[in-house]
Design a binder for this molecule. Structure first.
Ligand code: 13P
Length: 355
């Protein structure tokens, strides 16, 4: 197929994902990464337990009140839930749009600064995208990772390589009818100030949108998934939610075209409540911005769910998931009352987190 054939559907899908009060549940952890999350609650990482946990997620009634779609890992897209029905069918039945992580992880960037990476997965992507579409996926995710360091990261090389990879991916999956979620994550690792993040992120986003333009990506049929503009995780000074809201919106306004319908933040290691409070502050600041400012959280939507489930208690896990989904839905409208929903107090920051 071609992008032109999918033009109207891409725009309609992107708009449906970015509806007011909605966001995405990122449940696309690779098998090693979900293993770490399961180990955190004492559950073995085998196919049966991954199926059980993800069955819990996709069978949560009422989730569609707050969530428009769910990002899956390939295993889950083709897997049946505990009751024998395909996971995708559960999502579709509940009005949730299935999505799929299509990158194949990051590799060290030769010639870059220490710790810099590039994102793999372009080879064979168009065929995979066609297969995912046929199975019911309607959007895709590709996570490029950048870091800020005293050694000079993000280097010009890392910015260009990762921007180009995102653009090639976005164009390729649009040809097959999948809305690309463009994710240039800037890791929270480091002790830099929020102003440093803002300057680096602005440069990264401008490079990303220049590359998307060069590749003829249909912006109206795409979504951005950035990290919030925050200080490094080990920065000495406290940042207020208002400051995060103000600087995040400023950075986005300087770099993201108004044609993009929605910006769905990742949580990146923020705690559950923190991720909601910051999103709320961003929406209060960005009321008149051109985009829907929502969420696409992994850790910040799943931590208390995992803990309450603990390998067996499905009802408790689903209640915890719904509570955080509701909190983030309200935050995406700038209407969240801090502390009004239960949350897990754990720090979710992991140095150099991989997905
Ligand atoms: P976190 O919200 O856990 O950062 O994950 C979102 C995601 O999908 C990262 O690629």
């Amino acid at each position: 197929m071609t992008l032109v054939q999918h033009h109207d559907d891409l725009i309609a899908t992107a708009a449906a994902i970015a509806l007011p009060g909605k966001g995405l549940l990122a449940a696309d952890e690779s098998t090693p990464t979900i293993g770490k999350r399961l180990a955190g609650v004492g559950v073995e990482n085998n196919e049966a337990m991954r199926r059980a946990y993800r069955s819990l997620l996709v069978t949560t009634d009422g989730l569609a009140d707050f969530i428009s779609g769910v990002i899956l890992y390939e295993e889950t897209l083709f897997q049946d839930a505990d009751d024998g029905l395909p996971m995708v069918e559960h999502l579709q039945k509940r009005g949730l749009i299935p999505g799929i992580k299509v990158d194949m992880g990051v590799q060290p960037l030769a010639g870059g600064c220490a710790g810099e990476t590039w994102c793999t997965g372009l080879a064979g992507l168009q065929d995979r995208a066609a297969r995912y579409y046929a199975r019911g996926a309607r959007f895709a995710k590709w996570r490029a990772v950048l870091r800020i360091s005293e050694a000079g990261a993000p280097s010009e090389l890392a910015i260009r390589e990762n921007a180009w990879g995102l653009a090639r991916y976005a164009r390729t999956v649009q040809e097959e009818g999948l809305v690309p979620i463009v994710e240039p994550e800037i890791l929270m690792d480091g002790d830099h100030a929020i102003e440093t993040t803002a300057a680096r992120q602005e440069a990264v986003l401008k490079a990303v949108y220049a590359a998307l333009a060069e590749n003829g990506v249909l912006l109206e049929g795409s979504l951005l998934k950035p990290s919030m503009t925050t200080a490094g995780a080990s920065h000495h000074a406290l940042q207020s939610p208002r400051q995060v809201g103000r600087i995040t919106v400023q950075t986005l306004k300087r770099a993201v075209p108004a044609a993009v319908p929605g910006i769905l933040f990742l949580s990146g290691g923020l705690g559950e409540e923190e991720a909601s409070v910051y999103l709320d502050a961003i929406n209060r600041e960005g009321r008149r911005s051109p985009w829907h400012l929502g969420f696409s959280y992994g850790r910040a939507l799943q931590q208390s769910c995992l803990k309450h489930w603990h390998g067996s208690d499905v009802a408790a896990g689903q209640a915890a998931l719904l509570a955080r989904a509701r909190a983030n839905s309200e935050a995406s409208l700038g209407a969240y009352q801090p502390g009004s929903q239960p949350s897990d107090g754990d720090s979710l920051f992991v140095a150099g987190y991989s997905y």
